[in-house]
Design a protein. Structure first.
Length: 384
């Protein structure tokens, strides 16, 4: 569905959506199709091996195993987010290794200078993605069987991190907060995974609440409901097998929430799903098998973030190492490409509060090893 129309409808009136109360065939639009990027074509690779549109520049802000602001940056950087910090900001990044895992942070002043770096979580396993919470905490999620969610402070220290078992023990991927419905959405990275929401007993306190799985038919669009997971610890019965009628998703990955809508990716079928939460309907925002004309520009879908303009930025795990844009007009096109790193994946895209800087990592860099991770910053005239 055209996101510009959906977002406009969400703003125009309380309780009014682009669909009304039912999903009809005439309300649906085809998933995003090939088209020209609003930023123009990619230019030749810069000194960092990054192809960008005209007017954009890149810099390397950290490398795995190397010192940054007196701190050794972690291996295999993965999911990330940016938090406001006075006149500056903090970029947090997970470490997808076992043992060790955890997450670290880079602190920036108002001019973008790095003023600090430090650990905010340690001693965990395979920390892949996560999500920023409205109360300025980072949820770091373990992508292992019976994995936990950890609530961390972007300012540190690592000892301040808290395990949140009420949010379920499963192969976690990403998280996103919905302050309207006071829920946290969660993806699961297995081929028959579920899409979950956690409803805290008290908003802002993740120590207790209800874990629920999305229930829907087998189609790629329709309506959905929620069913309660009775035993969030996932043993002896996995959380995904506790709710009758739970919809299965093939390898849940990145997740982004804005304006009564949640978008999430599934790597097993290269899709981006759109949940219209105001009226409990879902549809495809992107499917690489339905793209025309030509071949699909976005493959290996993974982490996703968004901008105030309504653009989605989707990072590739593999593919041809691109971050692609999906516009509110349902156009998909490459925004950037990293060259010479075919053995890596792009992780952790996140914008500064001002929306003029984009951070992300190449998890394994040019070496193809977890010790070769590179974290980048891109600046330029992003759409507002």
């Amino acid at each position: 569905m055209d996101r510009r129309n959906f977002l406009r409808a969400a703003v125009l009136g309380a309780g009014v959506t682009a669909f009304g109360n039912t999903l009809t065939p005439s309300a649906l639009a085809a998933p995003a199709q090939n088209g020209p990027s609003p930023y123009g074509p990619l230019q030749p690779a810069d000194a960092n091996g990054v192809q960008l549109p005209n007017g954009f520049t890149s810099r390397v802000v950290a490398r795995s195993g190397q010192q940054v602001a007196g701190y050794t940056w972690h291996n295999a950087p993965d999911g990330g987010a940016v938090f406001a910090d006075g006149s500056g900001w903090i970029y947090v990044s997970n470490s997808e290794v076992t043992p060790g895992g955890g997450a670290s942070a880079l602190k920036f002043d108002s001019s973008g200078n790095i003023t600090g770096a430090y650990r905010i979580l340690g001693g965990t396993r395979q920390n892949c993605a996560g999500g920023a919470m409205p109360w300025n905490k980072w949820l770091s999620c373990e992508e292992v069987d019976l994995g936990f969610v950890y609530e961390t402070d972007p300012h540190g220290p690592a000892s301040a991190a808290v395990q949140r078992p009420a949010m379920g023990r499963f192969k976690h991927e990403a998280a996103a907060a919905d302050p309207v419905r006071k829920a946290i959405y969660l993806t699961e990275d297995v081929s028959d995974g579920c899409f979950y929401r956690f409803v805290p007993n008290t908003w802002g306190d993740l120590s207790s609440g209800s874990l629920q799985a999305l229930k829907a038919g087998s189609a790629t669009s329709g309506s959905f409901t929620w069913g309660t997971v009775g035993d969030p610890d996932g043993s002896p019965t996995a959380t995904r097998n506790q709710v009758s009628g739970a919809k299965r998703f093939n390898g849940g990955e990145g997740l982004h929430y804005a304006n009564d809508t949640a978008w999430f990716t599934t790597k097993g079928d290269n899709r981006v799903w759109q949940l219209n939460l105001a009226n409990s309907t879902y549809e495809l925002a992107y499917d690489d098998s339905l793209v025309s004309p030509g071949s699909a520009p976005l493959t290996g879908v993974d982490n996703v973030t968004g901008t105030v303009s309504g653009d989605l930025f989707v990072a590739e795990d593999g593919g041809n190492m691109e971050i692609c844009i999906i516009t509110p007009d349902d156009i998909v096109a490459p925004f950037l490409r990293i060259t010479g790193q075919s053995g890596s994946e792009i992780c952790g895209p996140a914008f500064t509060p001002a929306g003029n800087r984009l951070y992300f990592s190449s998890q394994r860099g040019t070496s193809g090893s977890s010790s070769g991770g590179i974290t980048y910053e891109v600046t330029g005239p992003f759409r507002s």
